[in-house]
Write a protein that binds this ligand. Structure first.
Ligand code: ADP
Length: 420
């Protein structure tokens, strides 16, 4: 109920296991933007990249007669988030500042906020997520979308050579007064699967420990990437077939008896086990030694990127992206490329979530699934992978309804899945 927010309550927080999200609402005419957005600390993630088409860190919403400003911090940097709020969210008088908050962090860090004079009004995160999605589904035409390639086809088992442009693949779903029942699959650090049957009527029916936190955690273990965005960029250049065991690797072609094409992944990361250890020849020893020397060089580059002046200079020369991808690949003795590992992980986790989402929709006989959470963000490969998994396990049921007539299918109760 944005319309009842008072000056002192126009700021809200969600502190999850991985990310702390801040949003504040600025009514039209209020000239407080400077005060609120100046001096954004370095650790604040500009997670709505202003350079990207159609998104910005501040979004004017005409329906609300105001502007929403978004900020995001990694929860491990919660002190910066608290400092940012205490410095930018001023209120007259000696009264404590009140901020609405959801997520486990609103309990865990309650004391830290209280020490800087900010009092958290806690709201249940599941309740808010369901209410938020229902609000989007019933009020806005351009927030929830299905994923379809521009030529009308669905994601194939192998991903295309280059990442699809999301703007071209989105098919927005029109708002409707009664979107129930539906299944919400929220992919944050973990996964929550919620059956929603009406306004405020929902039940968490399932979940999974294999979620966005697993992806990001394993990426940090297996590569030298420093940020989530870096890893997402890397996936665009990856080839998971170098790491995953495909049906074709086992059968030498299709397994047509059960309808599995040669390109279908039979075992994520399975190809790692197929690799023979190189014999201890002189040339292999030389290669290993070269990897150690190169690795040490890239480690120095990593060090230099972290020195402000040198970092700026390298960025100015346009070398940062190249260096980052080399640094991500530093692995003394490992032989798989970081970009391939990252894409394989992304697909493994997305497929798993798509599959359990579909199975739960079947289990409760729900015609629609909505996938959300920061794991998805606006990354086309993630969305394409989840879509592929749902189509694969529904044996093309969704494919038929989408290809025939998109809008008609959406309004009938055929089985559908969307993202928000
Ligand atoms: P939570 O509330 O549990 O933190 P979110 O919906 O915020 O859940 O999603 C967190 C997940 O989003 C992370 O585990 C990670 O996979 C992904 N993510 C997206 N952007 C970032 C980022 N900039 N830094 C870290 N993780 C990110």
């Amino acid at each position: 109920r944005v319309d009842v927010l008072s000056e002192s309550q126009s700021l809200a927080l969600d502190i999850g296991g991985s990310l702390a999200k801040i949003i504040y609402f600025q009514p039209d005419g209020a000239n407080r933007r400077k005060e609120r957005t100046d001096g954004i600390p370095k650790l604040c993630i500009d997670y709505l990249d202003p350079k990207r088409e159609g998104s910005s860190i501040s979004v004017r919403v005409p329906e609300l007669n105001g502007t929403l400003h978004f900020f995001c911090f990694e929860t491990r940097n919660i002190e910066d988030c608290i400092k940012f709020i205490s410095e930018h969210y001023r209120q007259n008088g000696k009264e404590k500042r009140r901020v609405r908050a959801t997520g486990g962090g609103s309990y865990k860090y309650d004391k830290l906020f209280s020490e800087v004079g900010v009092e958290l009004t806690k709201l249940d995160e599941m309740c808010c997520t369901v209410a938020g999605l229902t609000f989007l589904l019933t009020h806005f035409d351009h927030e929830v979308f299905s994923f379809l390639y521009p030529d009308g086809t669905l994601p194939p088992p192998g991903l295309p050579e280059s990442a699809p442009a999301l703007a071209e693949c989105r098919r927005f779903v029109d708002a409707r007064p009664d979107p129930f029942p539906y299944l919400l699959v929220h992919i944050g650090s973990g996964v929550s699967i919620v059956k929603v049957t009406g306004h405020g009527k929902f039940e968490r029916v399932s979940g999974s420990t294999i979620g966005g936190g697993t992806f990001w955690g394993l990426c940090r273990l297996l590569t030298n990437c420093k940020t989530f965005d870096e890893i997402i960029e890397l996936t665009k250049e990856g080839n998971n077939e170098r790491v995953d065991m495909l049906v074709g690797d086992i059968y030498g072609g299709d397994y047509s008896k059960v309808g599995l094409g040669a390109g279908v992944i039979a075992s994520s990361f399975g190809k790692v086990t197929m690799r023979k250890e190189p014999p201890p020849t002189f040339s292999n020893l030389r290669k290993a030694w070269r990897r150690v020397v190169c690795g040490t060089f890239w480690l120095w580059c990593d060090f230099m990127l972290n020195i402000p002046i040198l970092g700026h200079f390298l960025r100015y020369l346009g070398l940062e992206k190249h260096l980052r991808s080399r640094i991500a690949n530093i692995h003394f003795g490992k032989i798989f490329r970081a970009e391939d590992v990252a894409l394989s992980l992304l697909r493994m986790i997305s497929y798993n979530i798509g599959q359990i989402g579909y199975l739960n929709a079947k289990r409760y006989d729900l015609p629609k699934i909505y996938f959300g959470g920061n794991f998805i963000r606006d990354h086309p490969y993630t969305i394409a992978s989840i879509s592929y998994a749902v189509h694969f396990w529904s044996h093309g049921q969704t494919q038929v309804s989408i290809e025939k007539e998109f809008d008609k299918a959406m309004n009938e109760s055929s089985f559908r899945h969307c993202f928000y």
